[in-house]
Structures are given as structure tokens and as C-alpha cells.
Design a protein around this ligand. Structure first.
Ligand SMILES: NC(=O)c1ccc[n+]([C@@H]2O[C@H](COP(=O)([O-])OP(=O)(O)OC[C@H]3O[C@@H](n4cnc5c(N)ncnc54)[C@H](O)[C@@H]3O)[C@@H](O)[C@H]2O)c1
Length: 313
């Protein structure tokens, strides 16, 4: 398949592209390369260094699907420059989907976020529950979903609402919860938890990649799908890491109220199978750290790096 990916140099995108290329697909990747390229040269890969806000000169002909990942991809990153965030996370998406429709691209798959639900007490947070986004990041995700949905009579539109992704990637992120806590345990021998009772859903990066592939290659009904399979409190995740690393756990006051569980039965009912776990991600990070394959770098932290790039004004 000939696929256009935005944000393919990122944490999720670089893992997805590596996998798709290995399966023989042709990829064109539009990315500002803020966090580096993170992809090896490949005869079936075209990297276009561009901002998705400026796609006018890019040829959209011949693609069968778009996977749209390029966003300012976390809460504090979005707060750094709200105008930039609304432009990238929402307005640029309008041009993208319109170009896709104009060029008869069949599928448009959008990386939304499970965080659109906000705080939810329900045991099963399914796709039909109200969205109560708390942060600006969550709001941009919700508004972009609505924007894309308004085009759904003209293109097969899919929104995935992923949980927090964990595990190793060519573009490593150490600011996502399981990765962050495991790295803290390994580098400091101690995990510092704010609160710890907040429940968060998780997804292993290989399952994340497989979820995008599932929507790309199977005849799944265009719709909105949760993709989060293990709902754990941060305390529970920390205890899993403690068992593996013998670290200590220090709990301080909670400054982040977001707490929700995700139910992903809907995507499972379309034939998707979860194969990996949070425990796998912890084990993989510990192994990579012990082999000195992960060392602390500012580029692994979205906000720190965006500030260095001057993207905060
Ligand atoms: N990582 C997670 O836990 C998670 C969870 C839910 C949803 N998501 C969503 O998945 C997508 C990918 O997340 P990620 O973790 O890979 O983030 P990331 O920050 O690692 O990757 C985002 C990529 O997009 C690029 N980019 C940003 N703005 C751009 C622009 N204006 N034009 C072109 N390229 C641009 C960046 O250079 C980067 O390579 C995002 O939309 C994110 O909101 C991620």
C-alpha cells in the first residue's frame, strides 16, 4: 500500500514506519523533524521535511491512506504556545483532509487521544460517553475529531483514541508515564509519584503500531475506536517497576487530576488482538538501559526540547 504519514519521525510514527517498510509498503512522511529523523534510509521511504501547516506544494496523488500523527503531542507541550498548538493540532488538519478528499484517498486515520474523556468514574469508558476534555491538548484532540467527522461522508474517517503509549521506539520518549517511571527507577533508584491513585489506561507501542495497521489493512467500519488495554493506577505501575528494579517509591501531593479507565471492546470486536503488556514495556526498557542503549537526553522530553527549539513563543 502507498501510505502518507504525518509526524512519522515521532515516538509512534518512527515505530510504525519501520514496521510498514519491513512489510513492503511505500511511505511518504511529512514531519518538521523537531526530534530528529529517527528513520533509516529506505528505497520505499520519502521523507519530506515540512510543517503540516504548509502542505500546498506537496503532491497528494497516488496515496491509498493517510495516517495523521503530527501534533503537539502532550498537555504541557500544547500549553507552551497555544496558538501554535491550535494551528497544528486542528487547523492544519482541515487542509490535510481536504487534500486527501480532493485526491480520492480512501482512508484517513487520525491519532486522537483517550485523554478526551477527562475525569471519569465509570468502570468502562466506552466511545459513546461524553467527552469532558480538561487540558487544551485534550480540547484540540476533541475539536479535531469533530472537524474530521464533518468530512466523513466524503472519506473513510477513523479516529483512534489511544491510551498512553509505553515501550521502546527509534524516537524515544521518556515523558510518557511507564517510560518515565521506569527510567526514574533505573537512573535514581527511586520513583517520585504525584498522588499515584489516578487510573490511566496504557498501550504497548507494538500494539499501537498494530492498531494503526489493523485500520489500514482490514475492512473495519470507519468510526471512533478506543485503544487502551491495561488500566492501572500510577501506584500499581510503580509497584510493577519496583518488583523489577528494587527501587523505592516516594509519594507526594497530587497535581494532576486526570483519571479514567478505557474500555476497548469495540476495536477488539473488529478483530484486533492485543499482544503486548505494560510489563513487556518495563522489561524492554530495563534491558535497553542495562545495555546502555538509553541514556538521558533532553530530546527524549517533548517540552524541554520544544523550549530548546524556541517553539514556546
Ligand atoms: N504517545 C502517546 O502516549 C500518545 C497517546 C495518545 C495519542 N497520541 C497521539 O499520537 C500522535 C503521535 O504521538 P507521539 O508520541 O509519536 O508524539 P511525538 O511528539 O513523538 O511525534 C510527533 C511528531 O510530529 C512532528 N510534528 C509536530 N508538529 C508538526 C507539524 N506542524 N508539522 C509536521 N510535523 C510535526 C514532530 O516533529 C514529531 O516527529 C500525536 O498526535 C499524539 O497526540 C500519542
Amino acid at each position: 500500500m502507498n501510505i502518507l504519514i504525518t509526524g512519522g519521525c515521532g515516538f509512534v510514527g518512527s515505530a510504525l514506519i519501520k514496521d510498514l517498510l519491513a512489510q513492503g509498503h511505500s511511505i511518504t512522511n511529512i514531519d518538521t523533524q523537531w526530534f530528529g529523523i529517527n528513520l533509516e534510509d529506505h528505497r520505499k521511504l520519502i521523507n519530506i521535511k515540512s510543517d503540516i501547516r504548509n502542505i500546498e506544494g506537496i503532491d497528494f496523488q497516488g496515496f491509498e491512506a493517510v495516517v495523521h500523527l503530527a501534533n503537539i503531542a502532550n498537555d504541557p507541550g500544547v500549553e507552551l504556545n497555544q496558538n501554535l498548538s491550535w494551528e497544528v493540532n486542528v487547523l492544519a488538519g482541515k487542509k490535510l483532509i481536504e487534500q486527501a478528499i480532493k485526491n480520492n484517498i480512501k482512508k484517513f486515520i487520525y491519532a486522537s487521544s483517550g485523554s478526551v474523556y477527562g475525569i471519569k468514574d465509570e468502570k468502562d469508558v466506552t466511545e459513546d460517553l461524553d467527552l469532558v476534555p480538561i487540558s487544551t491538548y485534550n480540547k484540540t484532540k476533541m475539536v479535531a475529531e469533530r472537524l474530521f467527522l464533518s468530512y466523513s461522508s466524503q472519506i473513510d474517517f477513523y479516529a483512534l483514541r489511544p491510551a498512553t503509549v509505553c515501550g521502546l521506539s527509534p524516537r524515544m520518549r521518556l515523558d510518557v508515564s511507564v517510560n518515565l517511571l521506569t527510567y526514574q527507577a533505573l537512573s535514581k533508584g527511586k520513583i517520585s509519584l504525584f498522588g499515584g491513585s489516578q487510573i490511566r489506561p496504557n498501550i504497548h507501542i507494538k500494539d499501537m503500531v498494530n492498531a494503526y495497521k489493523h485500520l489500514l489493512f482490514n475492512n473495519v467500519k470507519p468510526d471512533i475506536y478506543n485503544a487502551g488495554f491495561e488500566n492501572y493506577s500510577l501506584r500499581e505501575i510503580s509497584e510493577m517497576i519496583q518488583k523489577k528494579t528494587n527501587c523505592s517509591i516516594e509519594v507526594t501531593n497530587n497535581n494532576d487530576p486526570r483519571s479514567y479507565r478505557q474500555n476497548s471492546d469495540k476495536i477488539i470486536s473488529t478483530g484486533f488482538e492485543k499482544k503486548y503488556s505494560v510489563q513487556d514495556a518495563i522489561n524492554e526498557i530495563v534491558e535497553a538501559y542495562n545495555k546502555k542503549q538509553i541514556i538521558d537526553k533532553d530530546i527524549y522530553y517533548t517540552v524541554k526540547w520544544m523550549k530548546k527549539l524556541g517553539l514556546n513563543n
